[in-house]
Design a protein around this ligand. Sequence first.
Ligand code: BTN
Length: 255
Amino acid sequence: MNWPAEAIWEAIAPDWPEFTVEVLPQVDSTNTELMRRARAGRLEPVLLVAERQSAGRGRLGRDWHSEASSLTFSLGLPLSVCDWSGLSLAVGVSVAQSLHPDLRLKWPNDVWLHDRKLAGILIETASFGPTRYAVMGIGVNIAPRDAGGLATPPAWLGEVLPGIGAPQTLLRLAAPLVGAVKTFEAQGFAPFRAEFNGRDALLGRAVTLSDGTAGVARGVDETGALLVHTSSGMKKITSSEVSVRPANPPGAQTH
Ligand code: BTN
């Protein structure tokens, strides 16, 4: 594949000359690889793309099965933020904004198209001395893929951007993503809140929390917590371990 590594670097380097872009034909997982490098003392800012992942990982310990039909990459960089809770939402906002107006966000960080999952985000951080290194991994379905036992087949970007490939998708995503992360570092989640709420796939919908509580999703607050109106009042959901699904979804996903 012909990756636009140079063009991405040229868009980011004026602000950040030490930034690098690297493409690997295969790796276990781009997140795992960047964390391995960080543990070995390599804490530099990097965008790592893999044409294939043999052990891609998703949230909550799940696998992320990547095929030739998807874009898989991670952005790794030292990051200093006070409140990490909204970072995955800010990353989701950036991904959706860069790709298409029809994309929606399912709290905390899935990107949906027409109520089906189009992209997933896995954020991991670790401290090395005074430095906190953050790895933001993103997987985007580009072409139709095997439903893999899911009730609803995943969405794919070609549905709304016919003919787009993984390299062009990366070119659209990369520089705005770096910009969004820098904005988050300086200002937190607040600048992303309105856009998140404008794209909130759950807004006004009946949801069931993983503890069985039922309610109606009412958007996110200024920290990125999900507001759910329940029979015992408004609840603020902050833990990423809480899974939220529409109670009567046109196309609920558990991927
Ligand atoms: C999820 O929806 O559960 C998150 C999926 C994240 C997948 C991406 S693909 C690139 C990066 N490397 C990984 O192993 N996972 C993330």
